[in-house]
Design a protein around this ligand. Structure first.
Ligand code: SF4
Length: 444
């Protein structure tokens, strides 16, 4: 049960020392209650209070990490049912399945192909992170072939606990997710997981068995659990996913874990698996497992995931700065626009495509697009003029010309007043028209 700010305040040292960055312990308590601060920020809280506060402030869905290095995938930790209520924090892991009947050479070829599915969008490298290795006889060798030939993290899938133990040992330090733990074998799987300190996925026969299974694992000492409700139809996978999230947010700790879903065991058709995965990414899956990756499948899922797990309350921004594009020099044109990341990436993409060397000035505007920033007074003529003056661009160019976005044409007068001696030109409204504009444009 979450504590109120006042209840948290009573557990804090009360010295108002400000080490946490808040002006008072009460202010820190309020921030903690609203999720804007972490308890670790207060170095002086007693162990007893820390235990009480940690338990009370634990998220309703336990966060955990699968894997290692750059592809370590943090899942769970969610606190809301709907993204617009706050935000979703930890993006769904996207996995493909490999069977241990495949040779090591084939596995190496496959995972190298998987690693090619990487896409740079809005300054982020979007890629799938996980490989599920299924089998028994060669589970350890196949899992080793994955980590030796890629940086992808592994989910082990074997009902043979001896094979699971061998493969878990072979992946020491790689933090695989191991399973399935079922009602029949969960004590053995728990033992392997606790020894290796790795998370476990628990496969129930159906949604009704989930609570019994997680209780059993928790009693055995396993904390990091991923729930597989056992659903292998689209309808059950979807309804179970929603039911588990609702139960967890309702305070039922037996359901307070992230989930894994297997669209690859619902259908063989990759396009259908992709459609099912898309629904489950939107509706709460911690990990979705496909039978394979191809561009037409992975790319839309990555973009969907990016959209869903972006904080809707914070526009994506780029840093206010001077960005050189196509190796500009002292005679190259200068463009200015806002720091809304979509604006930046569309404009920079078009400028790059034009092959015209340019300087792109990005002005801080609270992540708003040009028209919105102008309407909100964040992209006014004197403000933009002042920014150009102070940006340092004058040290990089010989001319005094700057291009403003077509949607901000009305700031031209104020800008010219602020930037005495500069020539301010109005660029096109649409970024797509920039290449032609730049080819016809001459600095003066
Ligand atoms: S660091 Fe701890 S004791 Fe100091 S003001 Fe913050 S909450 Fe209070």
């Amino acid at each position: 049960m979450a504590l109120t700010g006042i209840q948290i305040f009573k557990l804090l040292p009360g010295t108002n020392c400000k080490k946490c960055g808040a002006a008072t312990c009460l202010a820190f308590a309020m921030n903690l209650a609203s999720g804007k601060a972490e308890l670790d920020a207060c170095p002086d809280v007693s162990e007893e209070s820390r235990e009480k506060l940690s338990a009370a402030s634990a998220p309703p869905i336990r966060p955990l990490t699968i894997g290692y290095g750059d592809t370590a995938t943090k899942i769970g930790g969610e606190t809301v049912l709907f993204r617009h209520e706050k935000t979703f924090y930890n993006p769904t892991g996207i996995a493909a399945m490999i069977n241990d009947s495949e040779s090591d050479a084939d596995i190496a070829t496959k995972v190298k192909r998987f690693m090619n599915f990487q896409y740079l969008r809005v300054g982020l490298n979007l890629r799938p992170e996980l490989v599920v290795v299924k089998g028994a006889a060669r589970l350890a060798e196949a899992a080793k072939a994955v980590v030796d030939n890629s940086d992808m993290s592994v989910v082990l899938y074997s009902e043979d606990t001896a094979a699971l133990k061998k493969a878990t040992d072979a992946l020491a330090g790689k933090n695989p997710l191991i399973g399935p733990a079922t009602m029949a074998n969960c004590d053995e799987v728990a033992k392997i997981a606790l020894e290796a300190k790795v998370p476990v996925w628990a496969k129930a026969a159906n949604i009704d068995e989930v609570a019994d299974l997680t209780k059993k694992l928790t009693a055995a000492g396993v904390k990091d659990i991923v729930i597989d409700s056992g659903a292998r139809t689209v309808k059950d996978a979807f309804t179970d996913s929603v039911a588990i999230r609702r139960a967890a947010l309702g305070g039922n700790r037996d359901f307070g874990f992230p989930t894994i879903a297997f669209p690859c065991e619902i259908t063989d058709n990759l396009a259908m698996q992709t459609a099912i995965s898309a629904a489950l990414i939107a509706k709460y899956a911690g990990v979705v497992v496909l039978s394979d990756f191809d561009g037409a499948s992975v790319f839309p899922l990555l973009l969907e995931r990016l959209n869903i797990f972006t904080d809707p309350q914070r526009p994506m921004t780029v840093v206010q700065d001077i960005y050189p594009i196509n190796n500009p020099d002292e005679n190259s044109p200068v463009l200015v626009t806002t720091n809304f990341s979509l604006t930046y990436f569309i404009v920079s993409g078009e400028v790059e495509g034009s092959r015209v060397p340019c300087w792109l000035l990005i002005k801080e505007a609270e992540g708003l697009s040009v028209l919105t920033a102008w309407a909100a007074g964040k992209f006014s003529g004197d403000d933009v003029g002042m920014f150009v003056k102070k940006s340092g661009i004058e040290e990089k160019i010989k001319h005094k010309s700057v291009i403003i976005p077509g949607y901000a044409a009305s700031i031209l007068g104020d800008m010219e007043e602020e930037l005495s001696g500069w020539k301010v030109s109005i660029g096109p409204r649409e970024a797509a028209h920039l290449p032609k504009f730049l080819k016809d444009y001459t600095v003066s």
